[in-house]
Design a protein around this ligand. Structure first.
Ligand SMILES: [Zn+2]
Length: 348
């Protein structure tokens, strides 16, 4: 069966927040403008968190102000508290994404507060967004929904409990996050079934990490269960402080390619996306986990396959963005500007 998949790109938030080197604002804006033209349903642009917590994203307001808002694309941002929500609303974000962990221990480690305190703070955010003249919708991301690196198994009932509490506050969407890549396909199928049955009115998104190589299998089984919304990160950037060196979010272009090969509709111009993906190693100054930029896309017509990677190059391509001079500037900056590190990050 052919399904219309709605993809949410996270590279400039979940991807970049983990990078040690600051990505210049110009480059972020160029990348987001390029992604906008690729046909995404949603782009998580940035995080309105304290610059001290995530120095990489201190330029959230400037980025939001400068990106081109392509009709049909929703521009969302992560918001940790009321102050962040005020900033996001000033910037006319199309959606506010809030995050907390299902695991008490992980919430303490990630957000430095117990879950009840997080819930109270996010309740204020949801109220503020609802009362704002823009009536900006809120999505809640539940981290460690498929397992916690400290607590181990997370019972599905626990995920459902928090999901229902947020649903009662009027959130539009729920993202269940496999923050450290612990989910397996059987578990994903069960979670998808339970959440759709119990909370049929919520926009349900699945957020997988490929930490242990189960990412695409989890996407596949989720699609089979009727899930149509997925988060992903260009090049597979992103990661987790509790699993150093591990792969990050599922790779957007790999996932989209798989779904397209299967005949699903993604609305995404994969060739334009690959141009951006191939520039990413230059932007972050290291190789990225994605497969497709190395192997090229599958084309069953003889001799028509993607010519594959070649040297990592940065080119404007059809998307006409992400220009080479910006990249050269970034590449030059890599040799001297590690951003200050921080242990407090909003991992989803
Ligand atoms: Zn994540």
């Amino acid at each position: 069966m052919k399904t219309r998949i709605l993809f949410n790109e996270l590279v400039t938030r979940d991807g970049f927040q983990n990078e040690p080197m600051f990505v210049p604002t110009d480059t972020k804006v160029a990348l987001i403008d390029g992604l906008s033209r690729c046909g995404y349903a949603k782009i998580e642009v940035t995080s309105f968190t304290s610059p001290k917590a995530i120095p990489m994203l201190y330029d959230a307001q400037e980025v939001m102000a400068r990106i081109e808002r392509v009709p049909g694309v929703e521009y969302t941002a992560l918001v940790p508290n009321v102050r962040g929500a005020e900033r996001a609303l000033e910037c006319h974000c199309d959606e506010i994404n809030v995050v907390m962990s299902v695991s008490e221990t992980h919430n303490q480690a990630n957000l430095r507060m117990p879950r009840d305190k997080s819930f109270a703070a996010l309740t204020d955010v949801i109220r503020l967004a609802g009362e704002h003249p823009s009536r900006t919708p809120v999505n809640v991301s539940l981290s460690t929904a498929f397992g916690c690196p400290m607590e181990g198994d997370i019972p599905e009932g626990e995920v459902l409990y928090w999901a229902e509490r947020f649903a009662a506050l009027g959130v539009r969407g729920l993202t269940v996050c496999d923050t450290t890549g612990m989910a397996n396909p059987t578990q994903v199928a069960r979670m998808a079934e339970i959440l759709q049955r119990r909370l049929p009115r919520l926009q349900l998104t699945m957020h997988f990490h490929d930490t242990r190589g189960m990412g695409l299998a989890n996407v596949l089984v989720a699609v089979q269960q009727g899930i149509v919304r997925f988060d992903g990160s260009l090049g597979g950037l992103g990661g987790c402080p509790y699993a150093p060196g591990a792969s990050g979010n599922i790779c957007s272009e790999d996932t989209i390619h798989m779904l397209m090969c299967m005949g699903h509709e993604t609305g995404i111009d994969l060739d334009a996306l690959l141009v951006l993906a191939r520039g990413l190693p230059v932007v972050v100054s290291h190789v990225v986990p994605g497969h497709l930029i190395k192997a090229g896309r599958v084309d069953t017509r003889a001799g028509k396959g993607d010519s594959g990677p070649g040297p990592v190059r940065f080119c404007a391509g059809q998307a006409g963005v992400f220009n080479e001079s910006a990249v050269a500037e970034v590449a030059a900056g890599f040799h001297g500007s590690p951003g200050p590190s921080s242990h407090l990050k909003e991992f989803s």
